[in-house]
Design a protein around this ligand. Structure first.
Ligand code: ZN
Length: 432
């Protein structure tokens, strides 16, 4: 089902006209209401009148995460505080967190976009959506929550954690849709199996998984283990929260809701825009937000845009599954490594459990990479020779994909920490 057919199937010409009109309005808004944006535009010798076409967008300066930190907490808000009805913030592990604000209209827009997302996963007024994203300052929980209500489905506001109870209520309340991170979905699948709950006790049909990059192989794993359709959703607090883009049932990339966001792909080094089909960093401009609009926000997420029509009927551009965040990327002996590359190898081989962690260290002046992989109980009790054979096989596959040697260590079942939110995939000991 398409939630907002008129908007989601607009012709490309109509969409471009709408985007231009909205882009002009948002540039006016930040120029007059946010000194930091005005100063940046003045430094580039630009005024809002210089934005005459969509191509002019690329003349505007980028916004980066550091700008958000520098103007902590409210310096980039474009509406007076009396109009801001909600704030969210990042966890802020280093220095100031980033803070974002929403007007009442922004919350309506956000709910609308989540309703579109849930419709992509087949949800409707008869559905029961278990929201197992964290509530609170994180945008995942409350974002999906209000979108579920907007859709008219029943929301079960579980938040993260408390796994046994999640599963009990999932059965008792008849959840049809599960919204959480893919790593937590994997943990739940494991727990369901351990609790020996027969599949027919669950009404689960689909999962709406996001907030961390995950691979096609992980999708197949989750679809198999939970017997559901797994949909990838995309968003980030700086731009909105979840609801920036969603896969449709075709599962051939995520439709970006272009009536609200203009996406670009840039070369992260030269900062030049790249054409559709080329891999680079995603950049977003929000064109309808009032409280906290962003102009050309650099996400650090690596993806590819595709403009060809999709058989679902939606006309909005599609982004490929994010293959990694440049924040997660680790550089080992000059080679860029993403945890998702390791994940795809492990799941493709299927010899181990899909739980892994990358351990990076420095011995003398040489960087080392160890990949710890969990094995099943059955395999772990197997003979040592067999385990060594598996280690070598994974090592060879990783080496051919990454171009560097990674030492593989098979570890005991359940020895890798389970995540109730975003999984921690890298332990970098070089920084100490
Ligand atoms: Zn589609």
């Amino acid at each position: 089902m398409i939630w907002n057919r008129p908007m989601e199937t607009l012709s490309r010409n109509e969409l471009a006209a709408l985007q231009l009109q909205r882009l002009k309005a948002v540039v006016e808004r930040v120029y007059h209401n946010v000194p930091a944006y005005r100063e940046k535009m003045q430094a580039a010798d630009l005024t809002p009148r210089d934005v005459r076409s969509l191509e002019d967008l690329r003349r505007l300066p980028f916004t980066v995460k550091q700008d958000l930190r520098d103007h902590y907490p409210y310096g980039l808000f474009a509406a007076p505080m009396r109009e801001i009805v909600r704030v969210h913030a990042s966890s802020g592990t280093t220095g100031n967190p980033i803070v974002v604000g929403y007007t009442r209209k922004d919350l309506d827009t956000w709910s609308e976009l989540i309703a579109r997302t849930l419709s992509c996963a087949g949800a409707d007024a008869d559905s029961v959506v278990q929201v197992s994203y964290g509530y609170g300052l994180f945008t995942g929980g409350l974002g999906i929550h209000y979108g579920t209500e907007k859709l008219g489905a029943t929301v079960v506001p579980m938040s993260g954690g408390n796994t046994q109870r999640q599963i009990k209520l999932m059965q008792d309340f008849g959840a049809t849709h599960l919204a959480c991170t893919p790593s937590y979905a994997l943990y739940l699948a494991e727990a369901i199996k351990e609790m020996k709950i027969p599949r027919e006790k669950l009404r689960l049909k689909a999962g709406i998984f996001g907030a961390e990059p995950w691979t096609e192989e992980m999708r197949r794993e989750l679809e198999y283990r939970l017997q559901i359709m797994a949909i990838d959703i995309y968003g980030l607090s700086e731009v909105m929260g979840p609801g920036v883009a969603s896969e449709c049932p075709v599962k051939n990339g995520l439709h970006i809701f272009e009536d609200h966001f203009i996406p670009e792909i840039i070369d992260p080094v030269t900062e030049e825009p790249l054409p559709y089909g080329e891999k680079g960093e995603l950049v977003f401009t929000t064109i309808t937000k009032e409280g906290f609009p962003v102009i050309r926000y650099r996400t650090r997420d690596i993806s590819v845009l595709h403009g060809e029509p999709c058989s679902c009927g939606r006309t909005h551009v599609r982004m490929e599954k994010v293959s990694g965040r440049s924040d997660d990327m680790i550089i080992i002996r000059g080679v860029n490594v993403f945890p998702s590359q390791v994940e795809s190898v492990l799941l493709k081989l299927g010899l181990t459990e899909p739980h892994y962690v990358l351990v990076v260290d420095r011995v003398g002046t040489l960087d080392t990479l160890e990949v710890w992989v969990e094995v099943s109980e059955k395999l772990f009790s197997d003979e040592v020779r067999n385990l060594e054979k598996i280690e070598r096989k994974i090592q060879r596959e990783l080496e051919s994909l990454l171009g560097i040697t990674a030492h593989v260590r098979l570890v005991e079942p359940k020895s890798i920490e389970r995540s109730e939110g975003k999984a921690k995939r890298v332990i970098d000991r070089r920084k100490k």
